[in-house]
Design a protein around this ligand. Structure first.
Ligand code: ADE
Length: 241
């Protein structure tokens, strides 16, 4: 997969050299290019923003630099899926990350201030798919952390990136539920024990215990997820719980 990221703070993306994302890049599973939006400015101050039309607080990113940037990065005929970060965008979910992981080329446009002039999105939509993406219902200073998060959520779904693909399998097995609590050695630590069932060696019992814990946790912490559950994924025992 190819990923391009345009931002006024390309330094934000240094962590993409590290850990499993860095390794995926070294292994050629992922190509990441970061770009400084100010490269496409022509005034001495390299300004990228202006006051909002119609008045109001904050600043809006000017369309000019974005337009030139997209012209240069996307000469065609291949086009990326353009993802513009915005708190007004489609919320990032695991399902959305899965959709994005199937794409050959993602281009992130990181908004700052009050976001991009809407015409950047409208114009780009004439020749490529554009989706505004939100990290969640809160406001950040800008979209850089949102872009980093999407890149991480997507990269770990790319074939060959995770050493143990079974962990992805297990995630999808929980099918919209939170995962059960996890433990490791030692069996007793500061007066707290690993639950007996996890030391029983009975895989059937362990699976059932984890399933119960997933359901209990989800009911307690995320009733919204329970409401969205496909009833077909629940077995008899789930229902009794
Ligand atoms: N920019 C500011 N807040 C944001 C959010 N919640 N998601 C994506 N981009 C943002």
């Amino acid at each position: 997969m190819r990923i391009d990221i345009v931002s006024v703070f390309p330094e934000y993306f240094a962590p993409l050299e590290l850990s499993l994302i860095g390794r995926a890049r070294e292994r050629g599973l992922l190509e990441v290019n970061t770009h400084d939006l100010r490269k496409w400015t022509h005034d001495v101050h390299h300004s990228v923003d202006g006051p909002p039309a119609g008045g109001g607080a904050g600043m809006v990113m000017k369309p000019g630099p974005w337009g030139e940037c997209l012209d240069e990065l996307v000469p065609g005929p291949e086009v990326p899926h353009l993802l513009v970060t915005s708190p007004a965008g489609r919320p990032l979910t695991q399902e959305f990350a899965r959709e994005l992981a199937a794409e050959p080329w993602l281009l992130f446009g990181c908004g700052r201030y009050e976001g991009l002039d809407q015409r950047v999105v409208d114009h780009a939509s004439e020749r490529m798919r554009v989706t505004e993406v939100s990290l969640g219902d809160y406001v950040l200073f800008g979209g850089e952390v949102a872009a980093l998060t999407v890149v991480e959520a997507v990269t770990r779904l790319l074939p060959g990136v995770l050493g143990n693909a079974a962990s992805l399998d297990e995630e999808s097995h929980t099918g919209g539920l939170l995962e059960a609590p996890a433990y490791t050695k030692p069996a007793e630590w500061r007066g707290h024990e690993v639950p007996d069932v996890l030391r029983s060696g009975d895989h059937g019992k362990v699976d059932r215990w984890r399933r119960d814990q997933s359901l209990i946790r989800t009911v307690e912490r995320r009733p919204d997820l329970i409401a969205r559950l496909d009833p077909g994924t629940l077995d008899e025992r789930d229902r009794r719980l």
